[in-house]
Design a binder for this molecule. Structure first.
Ligand code: NAP
Length: 476
């Protein structure tokens, strides 16, 4: 059991009105009992944050983010162990996300240093020959950050670090299933000198703690990553607060007839099954050109069949458990639905509790729920496509639009896909799950609105203030 309440309000690690047990996702062992805030504490956290915002010069913000990254790195081994325990992801997945987190902190530090407004040429207006006009980027005030279970370090960093870099105070509500990494990040920020009220930490259920937070009138900006259903709810109840929503997906990756399969297939397997498929951009649908679909199915059957699954800490394991038995049961039902409608289960799919054998389906019928809904599981379905038009139609035949991958050596075809796929991002010659952190990243349609990425998020978490200076030239 780890010490501490995990509840940080107005600069104090506080006792709450309820308890939140956090379990190891493979063994079920209770790792910590965190304190859940009552309604008064949620209000107190927002009020304290509102008083603290805009108190830190940009150079200091940057220095704190860099020092926090260094301190986290010093604690790497302990945090990685905690990450594996609370998520059920493998140590390899943990390292990838940990290193991304350090980079995100550094990139946000750089953005704090270069955040600036712009000059506006008002001289075109009559009577303003000698006016100067420029804009300042000022913090929005209180940012509420609400994060999902599946990226408990990097998604938290993609929200907390830009909020601080922009000069805001942030109230963080991490997912109740995986809050321990968020606590480690907040502790590191405080220990390297972040003024304590600039970050408030509220572990607890989304339906109570999160809901109160997003309805709070003093929260000016909500940055949310999670399901489309919760994102839609937040949009409906959050009043005039600006919202940035990173939501669900059913990401396709296309293998055109000229795709280099030796290069593509190992990438597809990694992008379909890492974190047990619990990644918003996971390859859920693989649209393979009809001329190569059989070869792709046979080769993937071997690769997926070889994936070792089980205890994420055991040597060689590539796929751990899902976040819960319910999540695995839902994936099992989606598989059964696809098979019931004519799809073929090529390998895997067996389930015991939260553990699911990595599953591969072929012949995905258009009518299957898997073709349009999100699985969020180690489950990949192949559909064969005969033409560019058919590939575009199938890729777009879902209410989601986060990212797509396109393996294709013909530049004209690849760029035609980039123009016609209704996605926030199209990745050429890699999978839908490729996401270098500096790039603008976000979904369209029911996958959300707004873009993440340090340069974009920092700017978006500010407001523009216009300064118009009237003056007369001296000596006239
Ligand atoms: P979720 O159930 O929507 O939860 C996300 C967060 O919202 C959690 O912290 C949750 O709290 C909180 N929440 C729940 N109800 C709320 C309410 N009424 N008001 C305010 N907050 C509330 O999502 P998840 O199961 O953790 O994560 C999986 C989903 O996230 C998938 O759909 C996935 O595609 C999506 N995702 C999207 C991206 C992207 O970049 N687009 C990235 C990662 C994940 P509790 O869980 O603590 O109750």
């Amino acid at each position: 059991m780890q010490d501490g309440t995990g509840l940080l309000v107005d600069g104090t690690w506080a006792r709450g009105s309820g308890r939140l047990p956090v379990a190891d996702k493979y063994t079920g062992e209770v790792l910590a009992e965190l304190h859940v805030p009552g309604p008064d504490q949620v209000d107190a956290a927002v009020a304290s944050a509102a008083r603290a915002a805009d108190g830190l010069p940009p150079a200091r913000r940057a220095a704190i983010l860099r020092l926090a990254a260094r301190l986290l790195d010093e604690r790497r081994a302990a945090i990685l162990a905690q990450y594996v325990a609370e998520t059920g992801f493998t140590p390899a997945d943990a390292v990838t996300e940990f290193d991304r987190t350090l980079l995100i902190l550094e990139l946000c530090a750089q953005e704090a240093e270069r955040l600036t407004g712009e000059m506006v040429p008002v001289q075109a207006a009559a009577g303003h020959d000698d006016s100067l006009c420029f804009t300042l980027r000022v913090p929005v005030g209180v940012v509420a950050a609400i994060t999902p279970f599946n990226a408990p370090l990097s998604t938290v960093a993609h929200k907390v670090a830009p909020a601080l870099a922009a000069g805001n105070a942030v109230v963080l509500k991490p997912a109740e299933q995986t809050p321990l990494c968020a606590i480690a990040l907040v502790r590191a920020l405080l220990e390297v000198g972040l003024p304590e009220r600039l970050v408030q930490l509220l572990p607890g259920p989304g339906e109570t703690v999160g809901d109160q937070l997003v309805r709070h009138p003093d929260v000016r900006y909500i940055t949310f990553t999670g399901s489309t259903a919760v994102g839609r709810h937040i949009r409906a109840v959050s009043g005039l607060a600006r919202t940035h929503l990173e939501l669900g997906s059913n990401s396709p990756t296309l293998l055109w007839r000229d795709a280099d399969l030796d290069h593509a297939l190992p990438l597809v397997v990694r992008a379909g099954y890492r974190k047990a498929g619990q990644v918003c951009t996971s390859v859920q649908r693989l649209l393979a050109h009809a001329t190569i679909a059989d070869e792709v199915t046979d080769r993937l059957a071997a690769l997926v069949g070889d994936l070792a699954y089980g205890d994420p800490r055991a040597p060689g394991i590539q796929v751990g458990p899902l976040i819960s038995s319910e999540a695995a049961g839902r994936a099992e039902a989606l598989t059964a639905d696809a098979v019931g409608r004519g799809g073929r289960l090529v390998t895997g799919g067996g389930r015991e509790g939260p553990m699911m054998a990595p599953a591969l389906l072929s012949g995905l019928p258009d009518s299957a729920r898997l073709a349009s809904e999100e699985a969020f599981a180690p489950l990949l379905a192949i559909a064969s496509v005969g033409s560019l038009d058919e590939a575009v139609r199938l890729a777009n035949a879902t209410r989601y639009g986060l990212q797509a991958g396109v393996f294709c050596q013909d530049l004209d075809i690849a760029l035609t896909f980039a123009r016609r796929l209704e996605m926030g991002g199209v990745i050429i010659n890699d999978t839908s799950s490729t996401h270098p952190d500096p790039m603008p990243y976000g979904g369209v349609k029911d996958s959300g609105q707004g873009v993440e990425g340090p340069a974009f998020a920092v700017r978006d978490m500010t407001e523009s203030r216009t300064v118009l200076v009237r003056h007369r030239r001296a000596g006239l």
